[in-house]
Design a protein around this ligand. Structure first.
Ligand SMILES: *Cc1c(COP(=O)(O)O)cnc(C)c1O
Length: 385
């Protein structure tokens, strides 16, 4: 074999001249914090997902925090969610002084198991936070049915799920319409499109949207965009406790360009995911991710499950030695030192979550990945398995 030097990263954002030009435009405009670019990005994003309102914020973690506050989560309340997620999901609940109640996942989709939710509901339950994990839509229909029964608001952690779709009354709809009450998105570079850091909150409730806009800007009654250039002297006031959760206009300008690339990015990711499905299908014991008939993932991550007998760390090391970067699957918040007893509750047994954390592995998948690179990942994985 030739000693070819290669390195295949786990992910790579697709950024180019258009984004650089957009950032330049924002900088040279003289208005760099939340302003006209943010407003335009929000409009375009709302149109894209089909929501009435979209409010840009600093990242998805702040989006989740504000969503929980909007639906009225207070200290000592319980919020049902998954442990098997990026830790920010559970952290945002704790920011409200509330207690995450962890429910197990389905092993095939890595998403919350709707069957287990009802038993986790108590008198203190105030909301459900579901996660469209790695871009795969949750079983929203089943979850919303239970939520409506108990009159619980549903927040969608759609950090990874921009452009993912769900079959709704016979039509394919974008995640974030939203189907629950509020959906929260991330533009971190590990997600499908990026603004460096950034987040978006979508809802169809005008009061919540107004509330988000106040909270993200210190609870300020008159935003600086209105005071700036006003013909009259206006004084702002601070009627409530607010936060600084803003997105900058530089980020939003980049986001608007990323949004234009999104259809192409998703098409490519879906194509590469299909290729993985076909090429990995005959590896004995390897479990591939499954997509329910009513869901279309954006394939933010392509996660495979190794046989229990397999030493995952060794597999990952062999692949790294071959120049291929992999990651272990999603972690469980309840196993982290930050989640000692009393900061959370068990809504169900968490065996599937722990199994997934221990045996899942994420393979490289990104827009610029070539077929040859993908073949190489498959080849190395086949020899090591
Ligand atoms: C990335 C991620 C977040 C956090 O997003 P940030 O924009 O980095 O704050 C929250 N939840 C899930 C499921 C994520 O994957």
């Amino acid at each position: 074999m030739s000693e070819k030097i290669q390195y295949i990263p786990i992910a790579q954002p697709w950024l180019g001249e258009a984004e650089a030009e957009a950032a330049r435009r924002a900088i040279l405009s003289g208005w760099v914090t939340q302003g006209p670019e943010v407003a335009a990005f929000e409009q375009e994003f709302a149109t894209y997902v089909g929501a009435n309102y979209a409010c840009a914020v600093a990242n998805c973690t702040t989006a989740l925090h504000l969503a929980l506050l909007a639906v009225g989560v207070k200290p000592e309340d319980e919020v049902i969610t998954v442990s098997h997620s990026f830790i920010a999901t559970a952290n945002s609940i704790r920011y409200c002084g509330a207690i995450p109640v962890f429910v197990d996942i389905e092993p095939q989709t890595y998403n919350i198991n709707p069957v287990l939710i009802e038993d986790a509901i108590s008198e203190r339950t105030r909301a459900i936070v579901l996660v469209h994990q790695m871009g795969m839509p949750c079983d929203l229909k089943s979850i919303l049915e239970i939520a409506h029964c108990y009159e619980l608001p549903v927040i969608e952690d759609a950090a990874c799920a921009i452009a993912s779709e769900i079959l709704w009354d016979g039509q394919w709809e974008k995640i974030g319409k939203p189907h629950g009450d509020i959906a929260c998105f991330s533009f971190h570079p590990r997600k499908v499109i990026t603004t460096g850091d950034g987040g978006m909150i979508t809802t169809n409730n005008p009061q919540w949207d107004e509330q988000f806009r106040l909270w993200r800007q210190h609870g300020m009654s008159v935003p600086d965009t209105l005071r700036h250039g006003a013909k009259q002297v206006i004084f702002e006031s601070y009627p409530m406790l607010g936060y600084n959760y803003r997105m900058t206009d530089i980020q939003a300008a980049v986001g608007r360009e990323q949004l234009k690339r999104l259809p192409e990015i998703v098409e490519r990711r879906r194509y590469l995911a299909q290729r993985y499905h076909h090429q990995l299908a005959d590896i004995p014991g390897l479990k591939l991710p499954t997509e329910p008939a009513w869901a279309k993932s954006n394939w933010q991550s392509y996660c495979v499950r190794l046989p229990e007998s397999c030493d995952r760390q060794r597999v990952m090391q062999v692949m790294l030695d071959a120049g291929i970067s992999t990651r272990r699957g999603i972690m469980c918040a309840h196993r982290e030192p930050a989640y000692e007893v009393e900061s959370w509750l068990c809504g169900s047994d968490l065996t599937e979550s722990e199994q997934a954390q221990d045996h899942a592995m994420i393979l490289p998948l990104f827009h610029q990945m070539t077929e040859q690179e993908q073949d190489c990942v498959v080849e190395v994985l086949k020899t090591v398995c």
